[in-house]
Design a protein around this ligand. Structure first.
Ligand code: ADP
Length: 436
């Protein structure tokens, strides 16, 4: 750069000397300046021509300020080209990897327009890349549940299961995750096999439970006869009593299993009439009266009489009974159990809170699994089947509701059933709930 300044100064000095000798100083300086400007314009033109095709043309100069500019641009170009090649190769690798994943992957923008799709998107969703580029995902995959999935702002943990009209026999698990502010990734996995195995498993359990019913009834009948027999040897009294107790337990387990299976195999809660929740809660409380009295628990009720629930009375009775039963069983004698039914901004909440033994945090996510118990012995001693909360979960699912469990070991537990606003209505009736 300094070189250029010296050159211009030298050129101007020569022009000034020539001007002084010829008596035309101003004219000489003017001509000299015009020549310098013309020379720079010429170099700029060269730069422009070279920039339009920098790879094919050699650098038009090899010294001075313009040489430095050409060289810097050329260096950056080379670096950019290498980076571009590297990114292209990464992209190709990613696309090949995404191609061998058995799931369908589709990238969509904020308007649900397709930005990219892997090979399996054609097989599972009928979306072909690049044929369907920029088409709307929801126009190609027409399914209300899918459309609702894309509307949700946050990614869901487990996704949704859908059967698309293009292949009704196939069940897909679909999920959608946002990975930039604009782009989202829709993933679809074929879970038909899992669904079939699951259905077979449930059917098997239902069949076994059903088959056990008759032999159990016969067994219980004979045990009752034996128990009341006047000549029963004293040594047999205790074993027969235990056999009767165990057969009763088995009967309850079979009944719970059959009930669970009915919940799984029939459509969602059919009754759509508003229920009188006060009546429902009265029924639940009445069914556990003797248990409460035996353990000397104090029952507190906080009920909003005007809020009613749309659902199935028998199913909700069974779910609420299970929760209340647990609260009574897992709280030591003289405990306090609070039942609440309240309106909330997003629906309504039925809650049962106890000051019982509590649940360790690690066990809470597993509580609704069949036969899961924190303490096997305590549950069995108290006549638990390990199916109560699985039933609660299913009933709540059928009412679009969620179960929230808050608990602290040694302090107590709260089981909250959260009903969405479409399941809740306000009624102007006043029912007297039995005060305990
Ligand atoms: P169970 O018939 O064994 O009670 P559930 O499905 O009703 O089966 O409950 C599963 C497990 O959850 C129970 O075994 C118990 O360990 C735990 N549990 C449920 N409710 C409570 C509660 N209110 N307090 C403490 N533990 C509870």
């Amino acid at each position: 750069m300094q070189q250029d300044i010296w050159k211009i100064l030298a050129f101007m000095s020569v022009a000034a000397a020539f001007g002084l000798v010829s008596g035309q100083l101003l004219a000489a300086l003017l001509v000299c300046s015009l020549m310098v400007i013309a020379w720079y314009v010429y170099r700029l033109q060269q730069l422009y021509r070279w920039l339009r095709n920098p790879t094919n043309e050699p650098l038009p100069t090899n010294s001075g300020l313009f040489y430095l500019i050409f060289r810097e641009i050329s260096r950056r170009n080379t670096k950019y080209s290498a980076r571009k090649r590297q990114l292209k190769s990464h992209l190709a690798q990613f696309q090949r990897a995404a191609g061998v994943i058995p799931d369908a992957i589709v990238l969509i923008d904020a308007d649900n327009k397709i930005e990219w799709a892997n090979n399996n998107a054609a097989r599972l969703l009928g979306i072909e890349w690049p044929r369907d580029a920029k088409l709307r995902f929801t126009d190609l995959v027409r399914n209300p549940a899918c459309a609702a999935l894309l509307e949700q702002p946050d990614a869901q943990e487990s996704g949704i299961e859908v059967s698309l009209s293009r292949n009704r026999d196939r069940t897909l698990n679909m999920s959608c995750a946002k990975y930039t502010t604009e782009l989202r990734m829709v993933m679809a996995r074929d879970v038909s096999h899992l669904v079939k195995v699951n259905a077979l498993h449930k059917q098997f359990v239902a069949n076994v439970s059903h088959e056990l019913k008759t032999p159990l009834t016969v067994l219980k009948g004979y045990l009752e006869i034996l128990q009341s027999h006047p000549q029963l040897a004293p040594v047999l009294q205790s074993p027969i009593e235990q056999m009767t107790q165990q057969s009763e337990r088995m009967e309850i387990i079979v009944a719970d299993l059959l009930y669970l299976s009915r919940l799984e195999h029939t459509e969602g809660a059919s009754q759509q009439q508003p229920l009188e929740v006060t009546q429902l809660i009265n029924g639940v409380v009445e069914s556990v009266q003797s248990l409460i009295a035996n353990k000397h628990h104090k029952l507190e009720l906080d009920i909003d009489y005007e809020v009613s629930l749309i659902g199935n009375q028998a199913e909700l009775h069974s779910a609420f009974c299970n929760i209340l039963n647990n609260a009574i069983r897992y709280t030591d004698a003289g405990g306090i159990i609070k039942i609440r039914w309240q309106k909330r901004a997003d629906g309504a909440m039925f809650s049962i809170k106890d000051n019982g033994i509590g649940i360790p945090a690690h066990a809470i996510p597993s509580l609704t699994r069949r036969f899961y118990r924190v303490n096997d012995d305590r549950s069995r001693e108290d006549g638990g089947t390990g199916l109560g909360l699985a039933i609660v979960k299913h009933v709540l699912q059928r009412h679009d509701a969620q179960l929230e469990i808050i608990s602290e070991l040694g302090q107590g537990s709260e089981f909250r059933c959260l009903f969405p606003s479409q399941r809740v209505s306000r009624q102007n009736y006043q029912m007297q709930i039995k005060d305990q």
